[in-house]
Ligand binder design. Structure first.
Ligand code: NVA
Length: 309
């Protein structure tokens, strides 16, 4: 049996991503139509970083799939501290059908996946936030009708999990992904190289900008995220200064396509990375985006369970 995991956005082929988005849309329309966790089987949800949307949307979604959402308190479990990631993986797999884990190092997720024997889902790491991207793409598809060929501009901390995930997931969807960030805050060359490789097959593209205005010009979708990701709190002063020219203001948004939509994974800091007029304005779809976490993650769980059967 091959166990499928969802650790980074490019774990899905373009065809699988498209299928998964179709399933998410189906589940949104018919929330109780699939019961792959009937029993109920349990899903462990482990959080080593703060959470609101992820905990609630996974918890509600797992219940809707017929399962039992089991919150495992990261601080009590002490994964990698009290015992190795590999030993935790071996223990969890004897109890639960899926492991959902929010943590710091991507390498720890890889280790968990290597030893679990059940699907492991990245619920945000320092490097990627793939579940958020399924929700984001679902939201864009709902509002724009399609994904291939659309231009998305991500402005701000391009090196954070959301910048990286947009590069991989956006190009997988055949989108033109522009990332605008100050020097030192762009996704790594390796991530751009991977996005280029994906884009070559899907017709998308991946481009780095240092100028936010050039990146946003004519874009169909404009995305930003906090300048201070979880774990970066000590850098708040330097970050607020370096990212100031990348704030998503009404003036910057005016350069995008007239019907452009605005996404933000939340939590948002009004007056910092995004102006209140933009976040709360008519082009913002952030509440749909937040709702879509549940539908997207249900599709991820159903897909992984089916593929791992
Ligand atoms: N980049 C942010 C995303 C929060 C959902 C962080 O890692 O804190």
């Amino acid at each position: 049996m091959t166990v499928r995991h969802f650790l980074r956005d490019d774990d899905l082929t373009p065809a699988e991503q498209s299928r998964l988005l179709d399933l998410a849309a189906e589940l949104k329309g018919s929330p109780y139509s699939r019961r792959p966790l009937e029993g109920p089987q349990s899903v462990a949800m482990i959080f080593d970083k703060p959470t609101l949307r992820t905990q609630v949307s996974f918890g509600a979604g797992i219940a809707e799939l017929g399962g039992n959402p089991m919150l495992v308190e990261g601080r009590l479990a002490g994964i990698g501290v009290r015992e190795s990631v590999a030993d935790v993986a071996r223990v969890l797999a004897r109890q639960v059908a899926v492991v959902v884990w929010r943590t710091f190092a991507q390498a720890d997720l890889d280790t968990m996946a290597a030893h679990a024997g059940v699907p492991v889902v990245n619920a945000l790491s320092d490097d990627f936030h793939p579940c958020q991207l399924v929700a984001d793409l679902l939201t864009v598809r709902e509002h724009k009708g399609t994904l291939p060929g659309l231009t998305v501009a991500f402005v701000g901390d391009g090196a954070c999990n959301m910048g990286n995930s947009w590069l991989l997931a956006g190009t997988t969807a055949g989108m033109h992904v522009r990332v605008a960030a100050p020097a030192g805050y762009l996704p790594s060359e390796a991530t751009f190289a991977r996005a280029d490789e994906i884009a070559a097959a899907t017709g998308g593209s991946a481009t780095a900008y240092d100028d936010a205005e050039a990146a946003v010009a004519g874009a169909d979708v404009v995305v930003t995220d906090t300048w201070i990701s979880m774990g970066k709190e000590a850098e708040v002063d330097s970050r607020v200064e370096v990212f100031a020219p990348y704030a998503l203001t009404p003036g910057l948004l005016a350069l995008a396509a007239p019907d452009a939509i605005v996404l933000h994974c939340l939590p948002a800091y009004r007056g910092k990375e995004i102006a209140a007029e933009v976040l709360d304005g008519p082009q913002s779809v952030v509440w749909d985006e937040a709702e879509n976490r549940r539908h997207a993650q249900k599709a991820v769980l159903a897909f992984l369970l089916e593929e791992s059967a």
